[in-house]
Design a protein around this ligand. Structure first.
Ligand SMILES: [Fe+2]
Ligand SMILES: [Fe+2]
Length: 162
């Protein structure tokens, strides 16, 4: 059983994960268009991961006897100023999602829903990893010029993500 409020907030989190998936796909399309296929590859994998996050919550809501209600997904940004901006916006978005997950945990605790608290722990840990991986890419920008070889090296590096 799920409380009405928790069901509503989990549904809203499903929408946020789908939006993240859509946003990263939009970033992949941008990278693809400017000829940075490695960076596009990285964002496509990131987009797939976000889809999986949404589906994890989808399955949990169903298992708990709740009802999944899909809402419209917002249009993601399609034009970007630079490669660096992609990662800055990705980090901003991950920080927003981390905050949202933390609020969900607070709610699950307030509603005394232990199974939801346990379920959400996976997301708590995942967000640490997500922020760290984007942060470590952003760190590399400190050592390179935007239009230089650095971007091509990053493109090659991110293209090998499994
Ligand atoms: Fe996610
Ligand atoms: Fe994420």
């Amino acid at each position: 059983m799920l409380s009405e409020r928790l069901e509503k907030e989990l549904n809203s989190q499903i929408n946020k994960e789908f939006y993240a998936s859509y946003l990263y796909l939009s970033m992949a399309a941008y990278a693809e268009d400017i000829g940075l296929e490695g960076i596009a590859h990285w964002f496509r994998l990131q987009s797939e991961e976000e889809y999986e996050h949404a589906m994890k919550i989808y399955e949990f809501v169903n298992e708990k006897g709740g009802r999944v209600v899909l809402e419209a997904i917002d249009k993601p940004q399609t034009e970007y100023k630079s490669v660096k901006q992609l990662f800055e916006l990705a980090l901003e978005h991950e920080e927003y999602v981390t905050d949202s997950i933390n609020k969900l945990v607070d709610l699950a605790i307030a509603e005394k829903d232990h199974s939801a608290v346990v379920f959400l722990q996976w997301f708590v840990e995942e967000q640490v990893e997500e922020e760290d991986s984007v942060n470590s890419i952003l760190d590399k920008f400190k050592f390179m010029r935007e239009d230089g070889m650095g971007i091509l090296m990053l493109n090659k590096d991110l293209g090998s993500r499994e």
